[in-house]
Design a protein around this ligand. Structure first.
Ligand code: GLY
Ligand code: MN
Ligand code: MN
Length: 448
């Protein structure tokens, strides 16, 4: 196989720019050295591993997807960007495929230096010596914590020569969380494409659904479309939940037969070049919403419209949730799922019986992406470039005090919203959302 080059794989400019930004932020905070390992490979059994997925923070700064790598950034007057990675090994490459090795990695990914991972421990002590701060995220990987501790102790062993280790540790992830929260143009372009592929996959899944087929057959349609379009993985385990299964929020068995009259809830999104998408649609397996299904569907859709309408720069994070809850709670009263006044239901939280999750989360490299939701105890204001999901739902389990006609209806509608200069844009417009549009798509599919 030919060695991949930077130009054949990715544009390294945004990655280099992010490293530069982090170095500036570190310098402003007192300088020091940042250490960021990628994710480990995880054995599934014997000599078989789970599909490898890089660490998001590491990838954000490096663009480097191989396992066995560490990024080190030295801030200050002579900043330095160093990659440690696996060495070239023609024998291993016959079995496991191409690896860059330090020389090519330095060249292609734009580092000042690159060394083999075997060099890391020895060089770590030198890198930490006399640095004012160490930027590292403790408590995520015991092996890495121990390795860093050994490095610090190696520096301390030289105390009599006047060499000292960093006097304090800063949380590197916390610094990167803030950067990751606002997406750059490169990221938005990938997220747009990821959203488009996932929307097409949902359309394909809707078209393929018939009463009598199994949930896993529909899951296969989604995965087929993701992979056919270059997505490396699903961003999370796809949920294909028919009938009562739609009331299980994290249902992933996907092994049941879909019955005539069932609603099918699909929550699925692809990961493309390291970025997640996250879409949910709920639709009737036979192509026609029943009366009660449509009533609940319209309620959830109205909640989503209300939530979306709040999203703009300066609005606070919780505004979409508050708007969705208000609509849902009023609808639950109108449908006689709840009793009392709107104010009382909002105050006492009775609506949580049928809507027990929040209306969204940050979206980016991780499906539940990095970033704080509050600043100084207050919901943080939205800014252009942030991406969040908008995903109200309503889940009605059988109960004596609930009209039977609504039993086992579980509905969620989820789209991915990019905050723009004056509002928001859905990255997932390509899959119908209005009930009539869903029915039209399925009518066409069933007629074909
Ligand atoms: N698919 C995960 C979520 O919607 O949060
Ligand atoms: Mn979501
Ligand atoms: Mn989802």
């Amino acid at each position: 196989m030919n060695a991949p080059t930077a130009s054949s794989l990715l544009d390294i400019t945004p990655f280099a720019a992010r490293r530069q930004r982090l170095l500036t932020r570190m310098a402003e905070a007192g300088g020091g050295v940042a250490i960021l390992p990628t994710a480990p490979e995880v054995a599934r059994n014997r000599d078989t591993h789970y599909p490898y997925r890089h660490d998001s923070y590491f990838y954000y700064l490096s663009g480097f997807r191989e396992p066995g790598a560490v990024l080190v950034l030295v801030a200050g007057e002579t900043p330095k960007q160093i990659l440690f990675c696996r060495e070239k090994d023609e024998e291993r490459e016959i079995w496991d495929g191409f690896r860059y090795g330090p020389d090519a990695a330095r060249e292609v990914f734009g580092f000042d230096e690159a060394w083999t991972l075997g060099e890391f421990d020895r060089r770590l002590a030198e890198l930490l010596a006399n640095q004012p701060l160490m930027w590292f995220s403790l408590g995520h990987d015991a092996d890495w914590d121990a390795r860093i501790t050994r490095g610090l102790n190696a520096v301390r062993a030289n105390a009599r020569t006047g060499i000292v280790p960093p006097h304090s540790v800063r949380d590197l992830r916390a610094e990167l969380d803030e950067m990751r929260l606002v997406k750059d143009a490169y990221e938005i372009d990938i997220m747009r494409r990821a959203g488009r592929i996932s929307a097409e996959a949902h359309c394909r899944a809707m078209r393929a659904t018939r009463p009598g087929c199994h949930e896993y057959e529909i899951e296969a349609e989604l995965l087929h479309h993701f992979r056919r379009n270059g997505s490396q993985f699903p961003a999370y385990t796809s949920i294909v939940a028919a009938g009562a299964n739609a009331c299980i929020l994290h249902y992933v068995e996907n092994d049941q037969r879909i019955a005539d009259g069932d609603l099918v809830l699909i929550d699925a999104g692809c990961e493309l070049d390291g970025y997640a998408s996250d879409i949910t649609r709920s639709f009737p397996a036979n192509g026609r919403f029943s009366g009660p299904q449509r009533a609940v569907y319209e309620l959830v859709l109205a909640a989503q419209h209300a939530a979306r309408a709040t999203i703009r720069p300066g609005a606070h994070w919780n505004a979409p949730h508050e708007a969705a809850v208000k609509v849902l709670a009023q609808g639950m009263l109108d449908l006689k799922l709840l009793n009392g006044s709107l104010d009382a239901v909002l105050e006492n939280g009775d609506y949580r019986r049928f809507y027990m999750h929040r209306t969204g989360h940050w979206l980016g490299m991780d499906v539940h992406d990095a970033g704080e939701y509050k600043l100084g105890g207050e919901w943080r204001p939205l800014e252009p470039g942030m991406v969040l999901t908008v995903e109200p739902g309503c889940y009605i389990r059988p109960a004596a005090d609930v009209p039977e006609t609504f039993w086992n209806i579980g509905i969620r509608i989820e789209d991915d919203a990019l905050v723009t200069a004056d509002g928001c844009e859905y990255l997932t417009e390509g899959v119908p959302r209005e009930a009539a549009d869903i029915e039209a798509l399925m009518r066409d599919a069933h007629a074909a």
